[in-house]
Design a protein around this ligand. Sequence first.
Ligand SMILES: [Zn+2]
Length: 336
Amino acid sequence: MDTLERFIRRLPKAELHLHIEGSLEPELMFALAERNGIAIPYASVEDVRAAYAFSNLQDFLDIYYAGAGVLQTEADFRDLAMAYFERAAADGVVHAEIMFDPQTHTDRGIAFGAVIEGLLAAMAEAEARLGITSALIMSFLRHLSEDAAFETLEQAEPWLDRIAAVGLDSSELGHPPGKFARVFAAARAKGLKLTAHAGEEGPPAYVHEALDVLGVDRIDHGNRALEDGALVARLAREGMTLTVCPLSNLKLCVVDDLAAHPLDRMLAAGLRATVNSDDPAYFGGYVADNYRAVAEARGLVRGDLVQLAKNSFTGSFLPPDAVARHLAAIDAVALD
Ligand SMILES: [Zn+2]
């Protein structure tokens, strides 16, 4: 392991943009298919990986939803999340705010409780055994209706004290944030934080809507905000966190080459940008791989990496005392 790798892994960091279903590695997909007696359209792990070539978000989503089909029981969701936490611990993650897509499972007849209890069991074990704190972000699938999102919010009612935020993901183009204005207002009224994918493939107008119609606390991705100088200035002025996913942007052709990734321009513009892995099993890397890939492609220096790690805590839903503790831990590594 070289000095850059060692420094990145030693930096305490939070992961704020991670779809737990997107951490389903082919090996676990096969194991769960076998355990649950589910046929999958792949003959080997190599076949699965060979299928992970995408030209855009929808190519990926079609495979991602099919892959999630092997997840059936509470134990499956626990095993999925525990595998992620083991990888995250190796990357120096000490806090993770993980997104889950309940509709992907409840629409297959899986009980909402099986999904969330499995995730909560892994979160408790990760904190006890790995020292990783975590929080849940319940995502609404934007290709479905707002009424469907309201049904999911209702199903979540018994567990609302265990859910930190609601999110908005899936096919962005054609499904602007404003489509979910009422359900996001209802979630806010229940005390939940709000985040939304915006500006991954959608135009800057979608980022405006996420800010002004949904009233989000964070923007997931946000890349295309850079097309609107006034919007960039506003995001910087308001300290809005962007949960950027470099390897995802590369694999989904949001950028043609990491050498063109805008992360350093985001930092230079004063944006609170963070680095995350999005769907690491599908996009070829977990969070440390993302830090390293974008650092090498854009010539980031240690000070940039320290800033990204600090942004991951100041942009998190952690209480101020926990944020301060993590910032001090970063300084200790940076000055070591
Ligand atoms: Zn995402």
